[in-house]
Structures are given as C-alpha cells and as structure tokens.
Design a protein around this ligand. Structure first.
Ligand code: PYR
Length: 367
C-alpha cells in the first residue's frame, strides 16, 4: 500500500482525527498541572522519623509527578503553632498538615479516635480498623469541618513518660502537672493529675522550667533526642493511652476534591507509604535509643497493676460520659470497640503465642 493510499483510508476511518486528539499537547498539560501546596507539621524538624514521614510523602508526590505537584513542608511553628495545624487546613491558610487528630479534642472528643484513645487499639489493629471502615467514619466526621484525612504514620505503642519521682501507687500521681496528649488527660484528671497539652517541640523547656512535673511524648527514639532524661529520670511503660497512635495527613476537603484524580491517587499512595515507614523506622530505632537512654541514667519501670487497672476503670467512665455528650464520638467509638473485641481475640491465638515463645527464648539467652 503506498503512503497516499494508506493516508486516505486512515482518514476515512476517522483514525487520523482520533490520533490528532490523543496527541494534542494541551490535554497532556492538563493531566499534570503545576501545583504548589504547603504542608504544616505538628512536629519539629529535629525529630526525623515523625517529621520525616511528612517529607517522605511530599517527596513521593514530587517524584511521581515529575516535580509538577510540589508539596513544601514546614515544621511546627514556622507557619502555625503545632497544635493548630488542622485549623490552618480547615480555614485554608495551608492546603494540608501532618498532625495527630487527638490534638483537636477541644472541638469534639471524636477527634481522639483518629489517633488513639486510652486502652484502645495497637498499631496493627489501628491500621486494620482504618482500612475496614474506621478511616471512612473519621472522614464522615471531618467532612462538615472541611477536612479529609489519610493515615500517614504510626509510632507503635508508646512509652508512659518521664517522672521526677517514682510512681508506684495511684496516689503517687495525685497533684502532678503532666504534659499528656489526647483523651488520656481526661482519664488522668480522674486520678488527680493536671494534664497539659503542649506541642512536642516545646515540652523540654516546660519540663526544665518546672511548668510541668512529668511528660510523655512518643518513645525512646524521640525522647532521647528531646533530652528528657536530663530533667526526669524515671521512664515508665507502657503508654496505656497510646497503644498504636496514628498520625494523619489532613487535607482541605475542597482543595483535595479539586485535584486531578491522578494526584489524589498519588497522595493516597504517598500517605500509605509514610504510614508504613514511620512504624518501621520506630521499630528499627527504639531499641538502640533505649539502650542509650539507660546508659544516660534513665530508670526504666513498668506502671504498676494498680495504676493500670485504676486508669482502665476510669477510662470506661470517661467513655460513658463522652458517648452521652458527643453523638459522633459514640458512633465511631462503638464501631472501634466491636473491632477491638475481635482483634484481641485473634491476636492472642497465633501472634501472641509466637511472640511469647520467642521472648522466652530471648530471656533464656537463646536468641
Ligand atoms: C504526642 O504528641 O504525644 C504524640 O504521641 C505524637
């Protein structure tokens, strides 16, 4: 077939017109628009795992869009204070934030369920719950506030924090001023603690000045960087209020919805990656940091059974009150509770048996 004959046939079949449409430059340009967003974090830059998860997701988005979708990251306090990150997203000051939902319980206690509640889920269960209806419920709650959130990090079970004196009985907690995040503050109030919400980067100064007597933040890796051992040497575990706290990327809902579908999909993948790496990085680095802390003088202690059980009971009272006050809290909490029952049933069958056996081998010096 000569070239002219082929061209005539192709045009007659409409192929030429279709090819011209497919190859048109403007259509390609529209698929990858140049967009610059700002992401404000609730964390300081020095905490490279928790702050770094935000950087990781921004880098994935840049790489996947050949630099066309550029998310600039800002530490707590650079644009807005750490505990106001989600407000800045809702009011459009920034397009997104990397933060913990439980910093916003002052607006509605339901915000706590996006991160962690006392005696709630561990990290595995939190991710399983988010993927099976939990995060959709969080987003149903956030939508009227102009927000949309995707899980973008988890610390694993945290440490119970730093105290200047030994805490043996429940009475030892009475009268302490403690930096503690989320609904744990309401449980601690019931046992005589005065809770304070302070952004991670500002905690050391408050502890050193004596504005607070005790603090918790995350776990050995961050706590070592923040230097708490210099001021309070008793290091308690576990944080019964943070079995598996999640960090979320919060988006301005309208701005998220206005993105091309491909950018939305890239953001979802980038958040999922940050979610996995944060937990992996903490799991990889906490043991090393804990050894350093003990060498620096930390005295490692478990919370007593009395403290754990008294706080567990106090938490149930807090949940009964909050379920009456906030319909959103009740709806999400009831869903999470049902999930938790099955999660702990399954967890104790295979994984717990396996882990317990392996821990015994370690204690016997066989690992
Ligand atoms: C806290 O602010 O306590 C966290 O666990 C991130």
């Amino acid at each position: 077939m000569d070239r002219r004959h082929f061209f005539k046939k192709a045009t007659a079949a409409g192929i030429g017109a279709a090819a011209a449409t497919t190859l048109a430059a403007p259509a390609i340009a529209q698929e990858q628009p140049k967009i610059t967003w700002r992401m404000t974090s609730s964390f300081p830059k020095s905490l490279d795992i928790i702050f770094g998860a935000g950087n990781e997701l921004a880098q994935i988005v840049r790489d996947a869009t050949d630099g066309n979708f550029n998310i600039q990251t800002y530490a707590a306090g650079e644009l807005v204070p750490g505990l106001q990150a989600a407000d800045a997203v809702a009011n459009g000051t920034v397009e997104m934030a990397h933060t913990c939902s439980y910093y916003y319980i002052g607006q509605d206690p339901a915000f706590a369920l996006g991160t962690a509640i006392p005696f709630g889920l561990n990290a595995r269960m939190t991710n399983a719950w988010f993927a099976n209806g939990g995060n959709d419920l969080i987003n149903e709650f956030l939508a009227p506030r102009g927000l949309y959130a995707l899980p973008a990090g988890n610390s694993g079970t945290q440490m119970g924090g730093w105290f200047r004196k030994e805490i043996v009985t429940i009475d030892d907690l009475k009268g302490l001023k403690m930096r503690i995040a989320g609904l744990a503050g309401q449980v601690m109030t019931k046992v005589g603690v005065t809770p304070q919400q302070i952004a991670g980067g500002d905690v050391y100064a408050a502890l050193e000045k004596g504005t607070i007597d005790a603090t918790e933040f995350v776990g050995p890796y961050d706590d070592q960087k923040l230097g708490f051992v210099k001021v309070a040497k008793y290091y308690y575990y576990p944080a019964w209020w943070e079995g598996g706290p999640a960090m979320h990327a919060f988006f301005n809902l309208e701005k998220f919805n206005a993105l091309p579908k491909s950018y939305q999909a890239i953001l979802k993948t980038a958040c999922a990656s940050a979610n996995t790496s944060m937990l992996a990085n903490y799991d990889a680095h906490n043991a090393i940091a804990l050894r350093k802390l003990v060498a620096e003088g930390a005295v490692l202690k478990p919370f007593s059974k009395e403290i754990m059980e008294t706080c567990f009971k106090a938490a149930q009272g807090v949940y009964a009150d909050l379920s009456e006050k906030s319909p959103a809290f009740k709806k999400i909490y009831d869903h999470q509770q049902a999930f938790k029952k099955d999660s702990y049933l399954w967890a104790q069958v295979a994984e717990y048996s396996y882990d317990t056996f392996m821990m015994m081998q370690q204690r016997n010096g066989a690992l």
